[in-house]
Design a binder for this molecule. Structure first.
Ligand SMILES: [Zn+2]
Length: 408
């Protein structure tokens, strides 16, 4: 497996940009984790020189981490005293001439992306007064034996327009996609574009807040901009830790920082289990009792995972609310294969339930990608079911009936 080391430059709060709130050392840290996700999805082994946003290893120590890696990339944004200075520079090592065409292509494509086209300042080397690379981080990575070493200046944060561009999450996402492709090309890795390799994470945690929701912010402190909110008791994946107790999480497409004191281990709190609904119509309520508002209604007699109990009521894993357990039967542990009580298929609105979630997790494990197992039978699940049926000699109707269920 190809290995790459990403080196987000500097440290949290270092190198203020032309726009209030931008710091190179903070922005590049977040960007490195975003890029790492994409590289891991493409099948690369990725290391990051800063595991906490407050980490600030020496330049030599950063480069040394390139030992045994196929590529080392130091991530920066540039600064100049002139506010109009703009554009992209890609540095490579004076000892790695073969990297020049890669650096040139990288520079041109990145410059083409930023603000729909900024100045390509070119592929450059910079020599110290002896025969060594001026940039210590490049010198150190080369000394560690790394074959491809780059330092990328992603535009100028001293330029208001480029700084503004660098502050938009959607732009960072596009930049990560572009750079992931460039890196895969250089290393000869076929970018899968798919998501067969799940991005690495620190594991699942459960939200445990005294309030109904927990705010997700774009920076690791209460002053960060609110990006969204997590429902209490819902599950998140942890992707990074800030030194101050804040945690980088993802839930669905929502990714950002939350205060880590409101996250707990899900298994320590409650052993989830699956129930089958026995009533034709079972109200979902916002709390454990009929005095709470109705939040929805289950009419499919499907299977659902319960992640908490109170006064004979069970809390649904989906976050939709609570149901009375008197109208359910317990059918097993959360990981066990549920009993198939209906035909699972693509319908409008989409079918939901624990049986769907189980099938999705199973299809993913078998290499038929459904995306995140969310318990909702959508078009991706339909496609995965048909591919599974084709490979297993079943009729390709996309319906999970008893035959397909038995093969899963
Ligand atoms: Zn820098």
């Amino acid at each position: 497996m190809a290995k790459i080391i990403l080196d987000p430059g500097h440290v949290e709060g270092y190198n203020r940009g032309a726009v209030s709130g931008y710091y190179e050392g903070t922005a590049m840290y977040h960007y490195a984790y975003r890029l790492a996700d994409k590289l891991r999805a493409a099948g690369l082994d990725v290391g990051i020189t800063r595991t906490k946003i407050t980490d600030n290893p020496s330049l030599t120590a950063r480069g040394k981490q390139a030992k045994g890696a196929d590529m080392f990339v130091s991530l920066h944004s540039n600064a100049a005293s002139s506010a109009s200075a703009n554009g992209v520079t890609v540095f490579y090592s004076i000892k790695r001439n073969a990297d020049k065409p890669h650096a040139t292509k990288w520079c041109n494509e990145l410059a083409g992306l930023i603000n729909g086209g900024t100045r390509a300042r070119g592929a450059s080397t910079r020599k110290g007064s002896g025969n060594w690379d001026y940039y210590t981080v490049i010198q150190s990575a080369v000394a560690a034996g790394c074959p491809h070493v780059f330092l990328i200046e992603h535009g100028f944060h001293s330029n208001k327009k480029e700084c503004t561009w660098l502050m938009q999450p959607a732009n960072m996402e596009a930049m990560a996609t572009l750079e992931c492709g460039l890196i895969c090309d250089i290393l000869g890795v076929k970018a899968s574009g798919g998501t067969t390799h799940a991005p690495a994470s620190f594991g699942q945690k459960m939200v445990n807040t005294p309030d109904d929701t927990l705010n997700v912010r774009d920076a690791a402190n209460v002053n960060g901009k609110k990006l969204g909110a997590l429902k209490d008791r819902s599950l998140v994946e942890v992707y990074g830790l800030a030194g101050n107790g804040w945690v980088l999480i993802q839930q669905g497409s929502l990714r950002g920082w939350v205060n880590g004191k409101y996250l707990v281990e899900p298994e320590k709190t409650f052993a989830p289990y699956i129930v089958r609904v026995t009533a034709d119509a079972l109200n979902i309520r916002k709390g454990p009792g009929t005095n709470y508002d109705v939040a929805g209604c289950i009419r499919d007699k499907g299977s659902y995972t319960i992640i908490g109990e109170q006064d004979g009521w069970g809390r649904l894993k989906s976050g939709a609310g609570w149901i009375s357990l008197a109208y359910t039967t317990k059918v097993g542990d959360a990981d066990a294969k549920p009993e198939l009580t209906r035909i699972l298929k693509l319908t409008s609105p989409n079918m939901r339930g624990e049986d769907v979630r189980w099938a999705q997790a199973r299809l993913n494990a078998l290499g038929y990608n459904c995306g995140t197992p969310d318990g909702i039978f959508g078009p991706n699940t339909d496609k995965a079911v048909k591919a599974f049926q084709r490979a297993n000699g079943l009729s390709q109707d996309g319906d999970i009936g008893p035959k397909t269920w038995a093969k899963l």
